[in-house]
Design a protein around this ligand. Structure first.
Ligand code: PHE
Length: 341
């Protein structure tokens, strides 16, 4: 019996040394010294021994238990140290390595242009007024002096919804009516940015959706000179102090008189180039004095109040500013395009 005990001891010591990890060591412990472990089981055989043999056997069992415990503790400390060492080595940080640059997004060129436009108009005392993308025929057309069957409706190819009289705004001008009805009879200085939608063939020069930034000033003594001076100032702030501007007469149903503003081509300084189609000028916005009917629809008495309005396209301005040839790039989500801004 004592021999059996010694053999078990030797074997256990051997398998203990073979345990290569703390997990393996725990398994070993359960097998050797656990409640159903080999050493525990062999102790139970004490009953088979004669009374004389028992004390020697008991003593030996205790010795073996203690020694195996001690060996286990020592091995455990060893393995834990080794495992910690390995983990530290794996996690080690080489502080001399060059840093990795995190991938940074950037603002879409439309957003950049919009923000620049907001900043300039903000500096000139204009607040941002947001209005809705889904409009009624009444706001998008009728209140802007474009009745049903008016031939000027052809200027805006429209996306209609399945609900009669509800459409996607074709321009930001309906916001003029919303702003006037909200502020009347206070004076107004706002810009109205937003997405517009037109049912058009998509080409290099026309998209079915694009931004506009509308502007509206209403007050008691606003004249055409204010319109010209304010817009010319905007153009200088946007395109450079030396840029010349010119106004060309035009027609819009909601302004009278109406005009379009051109800026001197910044690429050729007005000499004529491909960008300006050899005219020396780039068209950037439509504008005019708010039509009396529109003022009245907004709640203002045209005998007392006057105002000017304008509408510009940030994508168009960005195209002119950066020489972008195709408007389809804006919503194409091609990183090769977007990363250039
Ligand atoms: N709404 C016009 C357009 O979409 C632009 C415009 C706005 C013209 C305000 C005059 C005044 O073309």
């Amino acid at each position: 019996m004592l021999e059996q005990l010694d053999q078990l001891y030797r074997e256990s010591l051997e398998t203990l040394r073979a345990a290569g990890s703390t997990a393996g060591l725990e398994a070993w412990y359960r097998q050797a010294l656990g409640r159903k472990g080999q050493v525990t089981l062999i102790t139970r055989q004490v009953g088979q021994l004669s009374p004389e043999e028992r004390p020697a056997f008991g003593k030996r069992v205790n010795e073996i238990k203690n020694e195996l415990e001690a060996a286990y503790e020592a091995r455990l400390a060893e393995l834990q140290a080794a495992e910690l060492e390995a983990q530290l080595a794996a996690d080690s940080l080489d502080v001399t390595l060059p840093g990795r640059r995190p991938w940074r997004g950037r603002l879409h060129p439309s957003t950049q242009t919009l923000r620049e436009i907001y900043r300039i108009w903000g500096d000139m005392g204009f607040q941002i007024y947001r209005s809705r993308d889904v409009e009624t025929d009444e706001y998008n057309f009728e209140l802007l002096n474009i009745p049903q069957d008016h031939p000027a409706r052809d200027m805006w190819d429209t996306f209609y919804t399945t609900t009669p009289g509800v459409l996607l705004r074709t321009h930001t001008s309906p916001g003029q009516i919303h702003a006037m009805r909200q502020y009347c009879p206070e004076p107004i200085r706002v810009i109205l940015p937003g997405m517009c939608y037109r049912y058009e063939q998509i080409t290099a020069r026309s998209e079915i959706q694009f931004h506009q930034v509308e502007g509206l000033a209403v007050g008691r003594n606003i004249t055409l000179a204010d319109l010209k001076g304010t817009l010319a100032d905007f153009a200088r702030r946007m395109f450079g102090a030396e840029r010349q501007v010119r106004f060309r007469a035009n027609y819009f149903p909601f302004t009278e008189p109406s005009a379009e503003m051109d800026v001197e081509c910044h690429l050729c300084q007005g000499a004529g180039c491909q960008l300006c189609k050899y005219s020396g000028w780039l068209e950037i916005l439509g504008c005019g004095m708010v039509h009396p009917t529109v003022l009245r629809n907004g709640g203002y008495d045209p005998a007392v109040y006057s105002g000017f309005a304008f509408g510009m396209g940030p994508e168009r301005i960005a195209m002119l500013k950066y020489g972008i040839e195709d408007i389809r790039y804006f919503w194409g989500n091609d990183l090769r395009f977007l990363e250039q801004f």
